[in-house]
Design a protein. Structure first.
Length: 286
């Protein structure tokens, strides 16, 4: 009899432990990071769980019009929560709740799949405003030197022309006075940098953003930079000793927000992953 009572008591304790697992509410909103506006009618779900706005029994479908979602009675623990909408890039975030903090408010971000790779201004309610990388055609491929720009570049004035005697004569006459285009002036920006970078491809390693003072130097001192012309003696390089690391925050797939204070003067901002340069930008910091 005592043995039966013991078994019954143990079963009741096990049932109580299972039934008393702490739960909470996970709620939030899905926003377009470029405009700050709500993404209407997103699909939001928590991986490997029953919680999702696509569930026929989801009770808050009306709030999805404002990009809002809510999941109740979620057991405490770690989850991956995702947001998706047709013609938008996936947004996701890792979240964790515990016994002391079972409830959580989450902001997810997703953006149009029509947005091209590159650097964009933030806080533009009208939509994405791209920063034209007009210096990219002057950039060279560097290793230890980080980055280098050509100060001038020859202009091909014979493109599309049919070779002939007259053309040859003109070419000879113009020898020694070849036309060149100069490196465009740096873009004037405020010291407080706040931009978005859309990566061209999905890479799991983190994005690194660093700004360096831009200084002119001898091409011969930067033999690791490939892309300078044989007769070019001077280029624009970075001062590696004075690099400043910027803050990088993941927003959505292939989208990062870059913030930080840029030192005054001419700066070259390098965006890299796995030690390889993705893009560089040339700024004049006010």
């Amino acid at each position: 009899m005592k043995k039966q009572l013991f078994i019954g008591a143990a079963a009741l304790v096990a049932m109580a432990m299972t039934g008393c697992q702490k739960t909470g509410t996970i709620e939030g909103v899905v926003l377009d990071p470029f405009t700050g506006k709500a993404v209407e009618m997103p699909t939001v779900w928590m991986d490997s769980t029953i919680f999702g706005t696509q569930n026929p029994k989801y009770p808050y479908k009306g709030d999805l019009q404002q990009g809002k979602f809510k999941f109740e009675k979620v057991p405490v623990g770690s989850y991956l929560i995702k947001a998706r909408r047709s013609k938008y890039i996936l947004g996701q975030q890792k979240i964790t709740t515990d016994e002391k903090n079972p409830n959580l408010s989450v902001t997810l971000y997703e953006y149009s799949d029509q947005i091209k790779p590159g650097l964009y201004k933030s806080g533009t309610t009208e939509g994405p405003e791209k920063i034209d990388n007009q210096w990219v055609v002057y950039s060279t491929s560097c290793n230890e030197s980080v980055a280098g720009y050509r100060l001038t570049m020859p202009i091909n004035t014979d493109a599309g022309k049919v070779p002939g005697k007259k053309a040859d004569k003109k070419k000879k006459a113009a020898k020694g006075a070849a036309k060149v285009s100069n490196l465009p002036a740096p873009l004037a920006v405020d010291a407080a940098l706040n931009v978005f970078f859309v990566n061209a491809s999905s890479v799991t390693s983190p994005l690194v953003a660093t700004t360096y003072p831009a200084v002119e130097g001898k091409v011969a001192d930067h033999a690791d930079c490939q892309g300078f012309g044989a007769d070019e003696k001077t280029g624009l390089f970075v001062d590696k000793a004075k690099g400043t690391t910027l803050n990088v925050e993941y927003k959505a797939e292939n989208l990062f927000q870059v913030t930080g204070n840029l030192p005054k003067g001419k700066q070259i901002v390098q965006l890299s992953q796995d030690g390889k340069t993705l893009q560089t930008y040339y700024f004049q910091v006010k």
